[in-house]
Design a protein around this ligand. Sequence first.
Ligand code: UDP
Length: 312
Amino acid sequence: MRIVITGGAGFLGSHLCRYFINKGHKVIAIDNLITGSMANIEYLFKSSSFEFYKYDVTNYIHVPGKVDAILHFASPASPVDYLKFPIPTLKVGALGTHKALGFAKDKKAIFMIASTSEVYGDPLINPQHEKYWGNVNPVGPRGVYDEAKRFAEAMTMAYHRYHKMPVRIIRIFNTYGPNMRINDGRAVPNFMSQAIKNKPITVYGDGSQTRSLCYVSDLVEGIYRLLESGISEPVNIGNPHEITLLELAQTIKKISASKSKIVFKPLPQDDPKVRRPDITIAKTKLKWEPKVSLEEGLKKTLSYFKEKLKTA
Ligand code: UDP
């Protein structure tokens, strides 16, 4: 296959580029680098199967030649980043999805949109299954991401229904691993850089809010299986192992043998109180479930951040 990956220099995008190249496919990565990084894809330039374009996909997209699949993964994805870039976040989720869909239609390619557990907002049910419509504050600070992704899902289904296009909608739950930016503001990179430097580990609120963290290699395998399936409805991909943020901070402190203190800071507005994927559909229809334990994944991620901080 010849695959276009928007956001190809980002955390997930860069893992996808590598995964598909290793499987023998050709990959064209597109990224405007507002949150992505060339360092994530530098070594891929050695492969003749890899091309990269620095480009903002909220504009008209054109790639010459045949394209079999488009994976639209471009977007700021950390709450800190989408607060810093609220309008680009709205634009890439809305206008970027429209452009990528039009491009996929033109190429008669499969289209996959990276959606998110944020479409469930601050959920009133736990775990969240795909039929749940969510509890989103459209005008809150997270609304720029949540609503853009909800619009992206609606647009994707409209192209599927109206143009009979093959589409895939993956709802990605919290994912972590190498190639995350150490300063992207999310819990895992924050806690790890704080723990490595023996600085205070900043837990927001009382730390009783929960998340369920998936290691990136498990997520990528789920993306591949969904792409290969014929499922056009949304599918949750994530690890259902749910923990509190305080437990996460304690685990990271332990595995890094850190002297850091755990301190409590104000909880950001509209921060979801619980989050856990119901992965029944992924398990039954994709035969997928995560394999990497939290401790194992965190250890691999910690080695990556230690190395990054050494060269920073
Ligand atoms: N969080 C925290 N300390 C930090 C960064 C984040 O306690 O330094 C909390 C945040 O308030 C949220 C959880 O960690 O409850 C996960 O936040 P993240 O930014 O990783 O992503 P989210 O799941 O909110 O999109």
